[in-house]
Design a protein around this ligand. Sequence first.
Ligand SMILES: Nc1ncnc2c1ncn2[C@@H]1O[C@H](COP(=O)(O)OP(=O)(O)O)[C@@H](O)[C@H]1O
Ligand SMILES: [Mg+2]
Length: 234
Amino acid sequence: MLNVRDLRAHYGQVQALYGLDLALEEGSLTALLGANGAGKTTTLRAICNMVRSTGSIEFDGGSLSNRSTENIVRLGIAHVPQGRGTFTSMTVEENLHLGAIIRQDKSGVASDIEHIYAYFPVLKVRHTQQAGTLSGGEQQMLAVARALMLRPRLMLLDEPSFGLAPMIVRELFKILGKINREDKVTILVVEQNAQLALELADRAYVIETGRIVMSGRAADIASNDDVRRSYLGY
Ligand SMILES: Nc1ncnc2c1ncn2[C@@H]1O[C@H](COP(=O)(O)OP(=O)(O)O)[C@@H](O)[C@H]1O
Ligand SMILES: [Mg+2]
């Protein structure tokens, strides 16, 4: 579904990606793992054309390289950035409606909101509450929920576990697994928490200073002690 080849990205003089290759199969749930500063966020930004890059990025066989970020969203790629990015002064439900703002099929929006509340019952309970007053975990759930309102085919998640208590992370990851299996949303999730991400994902890539240094089935990577110690630090 997504094919990334020889991706290079720079911030001014600073090079962040050095020829990265990555492929996602439709329906898969893939983890992109790596230490702080390895280039995970930059990879997601490059896919969405939010940072200048070279190389090829194909989605469904078509190039994303010359498309605007908005255009890429319209193709069905939803990006949940690092640090959540909900509209804090708006209510939960207003945030969900905003997520659907580019959709043509307005009739499906109300039923999608109910569908999403089934995944995240706490958001239904809090639907009139300002997003900024939610707990960290609830805000992250809202960020994911808002992205789902696009009815994306591919969802890119940047460190959804960041700053959340382990119990909340497990709950969130369980829901991500359901979204992947039941709604058939292909997911690429960036994580520093390798152990939890490998439990969730079917496949994983490990990135180190802007290059992929390891890839394979998540279960194989998790059970390889050398890989875990060398690259994942647990
Ligand atoms: N806006 C920026 N300006 C300059 N350098 C940046 C910027 N954003 C990221 N970088 C650099 O690019 C590299 C990769 O960063 P990033 O993709 O954010 O890593 P990760 O998400 O894996 O922690 C790092 O060396 C970082 O310092
Ligand atoms: Mg990052």
